[in-house]
Design a binder for this molecule. Sequence first.
Ligand code: ATP
Ligand code: MG
Length: 324
Amino acid sequence: MSIPELYGMLGSSMVMQRVFALITQAARTNYPVLITGATGTGKEMAARAIHQLSKRAKNPFVVINCGAIAENLVESELFGHEKGAFTGAIKQHIGKFEQANSGTVFLDEIGELPLAMQVKLLRVLQESTIERVGGRGTIKLDVRVVAATNVDLEEAVETGRFRDDLFFRINVFNVHLPRLKDRGEDILLIARHFLEEERRRMGLSRLSFSTEAIVALQAHSWPGNVRELKNRIRQAIALKSGDSNGPGVIDPKDLGLFVRSSDKTVHGEVGILPLREARARAEKDAVLKALSLTGNNISKAAKLLEISRPTLHDLINKYGLREK
Ligand SMILES: Nc1ncnc2c1ncn2[C@@H]1O[C@H](COP(=O)(O)OP(=O)(O)OP(=O)(O)O)[C@@H](O)[C@H]1O
Ligand SMILES: [Mg+2]
């Protein structure tokens, strides 16, 4: 069976399937895209996927980390400069936008862009032309803009740190990446995939998660999202590969994770849940599956589950399954 993915982004959950559909749709257009999501959720991967799926795939994909450039150099980095434009400009410099001509520019951490640069960027987006610092005229460009942020730009607009006109300009198409903990089955899908990939790369013979590790992976809140998952698995493999008994089985402690007491029975056995929790999990899974099968159609999903629509709505609320 092939693994559900989009340019390396793994995901079989309903929420990620929806993200993949949005990315595919966005890639067919030339509109600016704003990718939002917490740290480590795959914003850069999504930006690359949009580029790869677009007609521009063979042309450059240029990354600009807006938060990493000194404020006085941002303009020259983005738009370039002519020789002698300022002290230290000893030769002509081609900026990132020009380098990205006919391709895609990825403005990472766009919320960090200084206000003065926001005005200039807005003009570039409106007119599709740039001016090099110290340059005489404008240069016509064909660049597709994809931006990403992990700060709430709407809030930044309200507090005056981000221009509303630029926000509207870049937010034509919004792709929101959910947190890993809200991706259900994807946690294990990604974990197993990374484990297998690393196992092969390290030339190890066998390596698997213990039942306890599987429970712990599902219970953890993943504040660092997919990046954290990758790092924990790497760390676990590093610990295991030095093990004289051979690699073998990964336990929660190898992942730096701890099993919650509610995951244990009174006998201290892991993998058996109190019946109340087991029922709740089974109920949640059934609802998720029904929604997924019916493409989120409440009436059809309720019919599948043999419950009423209001009951289904209650369950969706109870388990926080509603998309914001
Ligand atoms: N769906 C996914 N499947 C597999 N790997 C993923 C997925 N999403 C993210 N990753 C991996 O997780 C790591 C973080 O991804 P990425 O750099 O795209 O996140 P980001 O949202 O840009 O993070 P940050 O906000 O910290 O810049 C990368 O190693 C990436 O390969
Ligand atoms: Mg990033």
